[in-house]
Design a protein around this ligand. Structure first.
Ligand code: FE2
Ligand code: FE2
Length: 215
């Protein structure tokens, strides 16, 4: 990760400082219980973005803009909860980039990617730039699969009467249901999701058997 971050070290630091200064209860309700770390999420999304980009091998892709958009995509949580965080992220990023030698066109494009990243219906529209598709896919790949399993257990442990069965119920309601969806467009995105889904389905099958919920 150190090596990966080298190119944009200053940006990462800027985002890290902003996110660590915020009140972590501003995120979504279930994640507030575990004081979800948005900066760590950003780093993981960045790695997913690199994995997808590497496999796509698409020369027309504006990787530089995509990287910057990924670094800043959730920085708005420093000022705003779930609702409207993308707008704040774009504003923070614009302010940062305008003080540096970036062209207005590139700044506009990066801010567009950030602003629209929660807008999942754009995934399947033909006119959506590939950079936005990759950012959305990378974002969806974090906190799912193996991480989803841990996240559900962790969140449940903060609830009133945590138990193995309670974790299972939570799991069926969130991670399992979530993994059933398939919103991916790119070939690598689809493959990563498929891997995660296979893991989650097999985990739930065995977990239910362990708990005696099936023969
Ligand atoms: Fe976001
Ligand atoms: Fe995100």
């Amino acid at each position: 990760m150190e090596q990966i971050m080298k190119q944009h070290r200053k940006m990462f630091q800027y985002v890290e400082e902003m996110l660590y200064s915020y009140d972590r209860r501003k995120g979504d309700k279930s994640k507030n219980k575990i004081e979800y770390d948005r900066y760590a999420h950003t780093l993981r999304v960045y790695q997913w973005m690199l994995r997808i980009t590497r496999e796509l091998k698409d020369d027309s892709l504006d990787v530089e803009s995509l990287k910057i958009a990924t670094i800043f995509h959730d920085v708005g949580y420093a000022v705003q909860g779930d609702e409207g965080h993308a707008k704040e992220s774009a504003a923070i990023c614009r302010d940062y980039l305008e003080r540096r030698p970036y062209t207005p066109e590139q700044i506009d494009f990066i801010c567009y990617l950030i602003l629209e990243h929660p807008n999942k219906r754009l995934l399947h529209e033909k006119t959506t730039p590939l950079e936005l598709v990759v950012l959305m896919e990378a974002d969806m790949l974090d906190d799912t699969g193996a991480m989803g399993i841990v996240l559900d257990s962790w969140i449940t442990s903060k609830e009133e009467n945590p138990s193995f069965n309670e974790v299972c119920r939570h799991f069926e309601k969130y991670t399992y249901r979530h993994m059933k969806q398939m919103d991916f467009v790119t070939a690598p995105g689809k493959r990563f999701w498929h891997e995660k889904r296979t893991l989650v389905y097999e985990f739930l099958r065995q977990y239910r058997r362990d708990l005696g919920l099936m023969d």
